[in-house]
Design a protein around this ligand. Structure first.
Ligand code: 13P
Ligand code: SF4
Length: 331
């Protein structure tokens, strides 16, 4: 539980709908049992949400948790829309809740299914690998899905003579081309959070903290990744910090991960990556505005009212399931 109760009860438009004397941690706990719900949360969620979750993980772990949630009747997904949709695709008989349906993802927005279909039509011989950060409609057009945890394995599983279309993240794609030596045609998408990181500021920070290692998520641009001592998915970054013998890290990913990292490696010093400029339009570019739409209040309301739910037409779900199952089979 977070130390500062004000974090839990900060006024939002949901505040008026909730008795202010309620302890949201207790209420969520009570409702979770009543509803036979499992609460899944991504590492980019606020600390309170991470602490209230049954399982915390990266995109791959959470997809597996959702698929294997046999005992639950409800999956409450504290993450973004494509993650909750993936839970529904893999476990359709469950009620899947997302506390705020507007919690999207810039990558998913940048690659709508009709545009992917048109790109595929221009490259009929290519094998299509889509990063899990896309909608169900876009997944349904892919041959295989990958996450940042298993992307190298996925690319290596494709026959060497088969050309590849990769999307929607051109930065992850460029990183994979370097790692695997496979040439791929790239969709021009990027994460609105990771692409704001500034290499000049990281160079400055490295000079200020010469004893720190710089670790980064592969959604960062190449000029940032070139400065990194280690590149990996959220769970791999966490594992690295736990197992590595340095005492200090500059952390190049969304700021929510610092909470999980601080708990797993309490004796390490963690410094969030600097972002470009604090302009009026950017008050904290290392914070994902989509992930941060979820709040404790919305989680409470979602469990109480069993809304908002993720629903999907069965034909679409089946088409989106196939490339996900192919990924899970080799993960
Ligand atoms: P991970 O799979 O590494 O958790 O990444 C998810 C994501 O959205 C990163 O921005
Ligand atoms: Fe999407 Fe970037 Fe937010 Fe991850 S951090 S959910 S990739 S916008």
């Amino acid at each position: 539980m977070a130390d500062d109760p004000a974090m839990t009860f900060a006024p939002t438009k949901e505040s008026g709908l909730i008795d202010p004397t309620l302890d949201l941690f207790e209420e969520i706990d009570r409702l979770r049992t009543e509803r036979k719900a499992v609460v899944l949360a991504h590492f980019y969620q606020d600390p309170d949400i991470q602490d209230v979750a049954d399982h915390l993980g990266d995109s791959l772990d959470l997809a597996k948790r959702a698929r294997d949630a046999h005992d639950a009747e409800v999956i409450l997904f504290c993450g973004v829309h494509f993650m909750a949709e993936t839970a529904k695709i893999l476990n359709p008989s469950k009620t899947v809740l997302l506390p705020d349906l507007d919690a999207g993802c810039s990558l998913a927005e940048q690659c709508p299914p009709d545009q992917l279909r048109a790109w595929k039509a221009q490259h009929p011989d290519h094998y299509v690998v889509m990063y899990i950060n896309c909608s169900a409609g876009t997944k349904a057009e892919a041959d295989m899905i990958c996450t940042s945890s298993n992307a190298e394995k996925v690319i290596h599983s494709i026959p060497k003579d088969r050309p590849i279309l990769f999307g929607p993240d051109k930065n992850l794609g460029a990183f994979l081309m370097k790692k695997t030596g496979r040439k791929m045609d790239m969709w021009p998408g990027a994460c609105m959070v990771h692409e704001t990181f500034s290499s000049q500021k990281i160079i400055k920070m490295k000079a200020q903290h010469p004893d720190a290692k710089f670790i980064a998520h592969p959604e960062c641009e190449d000029h940032v990744l070139m400065l990194a001592d280690y590149v990996g998915s959220t769970s791999k970054l966490l594992q690295f910090v736990q197992e590595d013998d340095s005492g200090k890290y500059i952390v190049g990913t969304e700021t929510g991960i610092l909470h999980a990292m601080g708990k797993l490696a309490p004796h390490k010093q963690l410094i969030p990556v600097p972002f470009q400029d604090r302009t009026a339009a950017c008050q904290g570019c290392n914070s994902c505005p989509h992930m941060k739409l979820n709040t404790m209040e919305k989680i409470y309301l979602a469990l109480r009212d069993l809304q908002p739910q993720i629903d999907m037409e069965e034909g679409l779900r089946e088409r989106a399931r196939l490339p996900l199952e192919r990924m899970l089979a080799i993960s």
